[in-house]
Design a protein around this ligand. Structure first.
Ligand code: T68
Length: 836
């Protein structure tokens, strides 16, 4: 048997590492037989996918092991990303891109009688996140590895990720996501690194042998955290960082204690509770207050992660004094912010550090990213719930708060209001722990995710903190990874780009600038349109397969895909569709640019109005798509189950990107970047990162409309009167009257009443106020689309000017300004050079 490995100590059959087409084919067949237990004749497509996935995993293991070994052997700083969500998307295609193995693997798969795209499509995506925040974490992991920055991502291995969405009779129906059902070839369980997490119970004080006052926590439940590791490869580098997700299990020893005391059912109950902890991802937009399990999830994964970091640190260091020099921990929103109190507990109670020292270490360790200003999304936990589950942490938070408020008191004597406003404990009525405040006080850096949002943080939710510590606040505008969102999802466009400017842009997105002169070349614009046409054709096939609707690839693909939320204003979009419909009905010969309106997105299961918006879109679709007077001038399609996989199909095919949130409400948005990177033009408000996109691509290449943030505030403060808009704008009136008449609901005038009531009664998102501006702007879009040469020119310039929106740029900024971290190059040859 041949041995061929870069590491002399690990002898591996060359079938597991070889990269030739012949070796890959043999590996595929071997894995099918030995791992799936199938002959080719009886193997399912999924078996073949698994065999291929294992073939690729074998080829990245060396990178993964070398990376962790290198980090252990040298004393580098390591970034720790703490996030309750990672919306990774399927791994196989991405790993092929990052390993540079697409071509040989494609050939090997084809020569084995299979189809690579089909196998890639079979992968169930790990939907371990709700939307932008979880996807951002995934883009960041990609960029960290590509930039060769030592990093660990910690999170939760939800057994059921974000629900699958089906549409029945126009309504959203939620189906349990069973992503693990057929096995996950990309993870490796590490039960040997399990940790124990306490919950509930009470605290006791005692005096230790040195006479020091101490507190111990006597829990009434103990949960075991089992780590599952997934490699995150960088693009064409040898770095493979680790994503460590925790699964909860019952801690057996605890069961036994109970069992011996005769409380068998109590022990079983504990087991059930423990195993439930990581069962399901909570949908966002849902009232979390009172959701005890959610707090338990947060604490569980944060405690597991900090304990793991302490173990790693103490393996090489005599004490925790320099913990913050070893780890820079980024809190992805407030979800992991209990980490501030947990690190204090570990340092003070378990490692006996004096409070002041522990606090310095803690503050130097953490930094915090805020992702929302919406008051209903700011996390707070009721005091009784908190003290029941985390009694020791509540004591610690009181102490943190007291010491913090003492500082404030010195700076602002006799300012009781300010103290109440800054207090981590909200005591105005019912008492709450304000998690954003805990994160802010416990961190040395706080950032928002786009320039406008970072500014608004300083002016609104954290205003008083900004006055105290202006130097802690900064902006880090989001970005997305061009590997998944261009190279993998849009190979045609990527190849066209690379054919003119080489492949450097994949790692250095600023190089796209070199495309600018090509915008003036008619031949290039022609090639550009050809690519777009083909990609739109692919999406048209997908639409036909999913919803049996035939759409015209030459029509303008007008796309809004994102979570359904009133602030994102999918209802504003559908009002425009109805307006166009009425225009054609009133003027049958109207010449408009034919359009296909494409929607996708999930509504939180408990968010009734969002679900009603989905129903309205589907109801309008039913009427418009079947009206012979419309022909193929308008088509409306709501594609179900929008997720990363579907995003990869839809961004490349869009002509127009809908980014129409009420100004000041969308912290950044990242879909806006994915569209623009793929050559869609944006219709958008001055919100989130739209503002920066417009700055980059040029105002003349962006369709702007709507109230600005100050205008929104002014309108609301003046007492917004939706009726006035209804009465003053005949186009708006016509659209609203048509809905209210039951035209889209088989005569039912009540169906959409709750939505209309909210638009007329209490609409903080000002849909009616922006309606006319939106319709006018859409008119300009339609006119502009008629000039295909100029449209292509604008699209090319959009792509050429997208350099800023690579998540590589974002990560570089975090690395320099917040983490003070440098890359570490991983050598494939050099594992254990001195034979350790
Ligand atoms: C999003 N937030 C922002 N939250 O809305 C978006 N919330 O503007 C921004 O681009 C993105 O974060 C990345 O910064 C979310 O996606 C959630 O998903 C969420 C999850 C749980 C609880 C609250």
């Amino acid at each position: 048997m041949a041995f061929n490995t870069t590491n002399p100590l690990i002898q591996v059959e060359d079938d597991r590492t070889g990269l030739s087409v012949e070796t890959l084919k043999r590996a595929l067949a071997d894995n099918l037989f030995y791992l799936q237990g199938k002959f080719p004749g009886i193997a399912t497509k999924h078996d073949c996918y698994m065999a291929l996935a294992y073939t690729i995993r074998d080829r990245l293991l060396q990178r993964w092991l070398n990376t962790s070994q290198t980090y252990l052997n040298c004393d580098n700083r390591v970034v720790v990303y703490l996030s309750a969500e990672y919306l990774l998307g399927p791994h196989l295609g991405n790993n092929l891109i990052n390993l540079g193995l697409w071509e040989p693997v494609k050939q090997a798969v084809e020569e084995s009688g299979l189809n690579l795209e089909e196998l890639i499509n079979i992968e169930e995506e790990p939907g371990l996140g709700n939307g932008g925040l979880g996807r951002l974490a995934a883009c960041f992991m990609d960029s960290l590895a590509t930039l060769e920055i030592p990093a660990i991502g910690y999170g939760i291995r939800y057994e059921f990720g974000i629900f699958d969405q089906e549409i029945e009779d126009g309504w959203q129906v939620e189906i349990t996501d069973k992503w693990l059902q057929l096995g996950n070839p990309w993870e490796i369980a590490r039960p040997e690194a399990a940790v124990l997490v306490k919950l509930g119970g009470h605290t006791e004080s005692y005096t230790d042998e040195k006479g020091d006052y101490r507190v111990r926590w006597i829990p009434n439940n103990l949960v075991k955290g089992i780590p599952y590791d997934t490699p995150i490869l960088g693009y064409k580098v040898s770095t493979a960082n680790n994503l460590r997700l925790w699964k909860s299990e019952a801690a057996e020893s605890f069961d036994f204690q109970r069992f011996n005391m005769g409380d068998y059912y109590g022990a079983v109950q504990n087991k059930v509770t423990s195993e439930n902890l990581t069962k399901v991802l909570y949908p966002n937009d849902e009232q979390l207050q009172g959701k005890e399990l959610r707090l338990a999830q947060q604490y569980f994964f944060v405690s597991c992660s900090l304990q793991d970091m302490i173990r790693i640190h103490l393996a090489d260091n005599p004490s925790l004094e320099n913990f913050h020099e070893h780890f820079a921990v980024q809190l992805n929103d407030t979800h992991p912010s209990i980490g501030v109190a947990e690190l204090m507990r570990l340092l003070v109670d378990e490692h006996h550090y004096e409070w002041g020292k522990a606090w310095n270490i803690t503050q130097a360790t953490f930094s915090f990213t805020n992702h929302t200003l919406l008051p209903e999304a700011l996390e707070k936990w009721s005091l009784p719930l908190f003290s029941q589950m985390l009694p020791r942490h509540l004591e610690i938070i009181y102490e943190i708060n007291q010491r913090f408020l003492d500082q404030v008191r010195i700076k602002y004597p006799n300012d009781g209001d300010r103290l109440a406003q800054l207090s981590i404990i909200d005591e105005a009525g019912e008492k709450w722990v304000r998690m954003a405040y805990l994160a802010t006080v416990g961190s040395h850096a706080i950032n928002g995710v786009a320039a406008l949002h970072s500014q608004l943080i300083k002016e609104t939710i954290l205003k008083d903190f900004y006055e105290l510590w202006p130097e802690k606040f900064s902006n880090k505008t989001n970005g997305v990874t061009p590997r998944r969102w261009l190279v993998l999802s849009n190979p045609r466009l990527s190849n066209l780009i690379s054919s003119r400017i080489g492949e450097g842009w994949i790692k250095n997105l600023d190089e796209l600038k070199q495309l600018e002169p090509f915008a003036d070349l008619a031949g290039f614009r022609q090639d550009w349109r050809q690519v777009k046409r083909e990609v739109k054709q692919d999406l048209a096939h997908y639409i036909k397969a999913q919803s049996d609707l035939v759409v015209n690839p030459d029509s303008l693909f007008d796309v809004q895909v994102k979570r359904i939320h009133e602030y994102k204003r999918q209802h504003l979009n559908i009002l425009h569709v109805i307006h166009l419909y009425l225009q054609i009905k009133n003027n049958p010969n109207l010449e408009i640019s034919p359009r296909t309106f494409i929607y996708g997105g999930k509504a939180a299961p408990g968010y009734f109005i969002a679900k009603l918006i989905i129903k309205l879109i589907n109801s309008v679709a039913e009427v418009v798509n079947n009206d012979p007077a419309i022909g193929d001038r308008l088509k409306v399609v709501f594609l179900s189950n929008y997720n990363v996989k579907f995003g990869q199909k839809v961004y490349p095919a869009a002509d127009l990107s809908e980014q129409i949130s009420t100004a000041g409400k969308e912290a950044s948005g990242t879909g806006n970047m994915k569209f623009s990177m793929n050559g869609a033009l944006t219709i958008g408000t001055l919100d989130g990162a739209n503002i920066e996109i417009r700055e980059e691509v040029g105002a003349e290449n962006f369709f702007l409309f709507g109230l600005t943030t100050p205008e929104v505030e002014k309108t609301l403060a003046a007492g917004y009167q939706p009726w006035e808009y209804y009465n003053n704008y005949p186009d708006l009136k016509a659209v609203v009257d048509l809905i209210n008449s039951g035209f889209f609901s088989h005569g039912d005038t009540e169906l959409f009443r709750p939505l209309m009531d909210s638009l007329f009664g209490h609409d903080p998102y000002l849909v009616f106020a922006d309606f006319q501006a939106y319709v006018d702007c859409q008119h300009q879009v339609g006119e502009a689309y008629k000039d295909q040469e100029n449209w292509s020119r604008m699209a090319i310039l959009n792509v050429a000017r997208m350099g800023k929106f690579s998540s590589d740029r974002t990560i570089r900024e975090y690395a320099e300004d917040i983490w003070a971290i440098k890359p570490v190059v991983i050598e494939l040859e050099d594992l254990c050079p001195d034979g350790q």
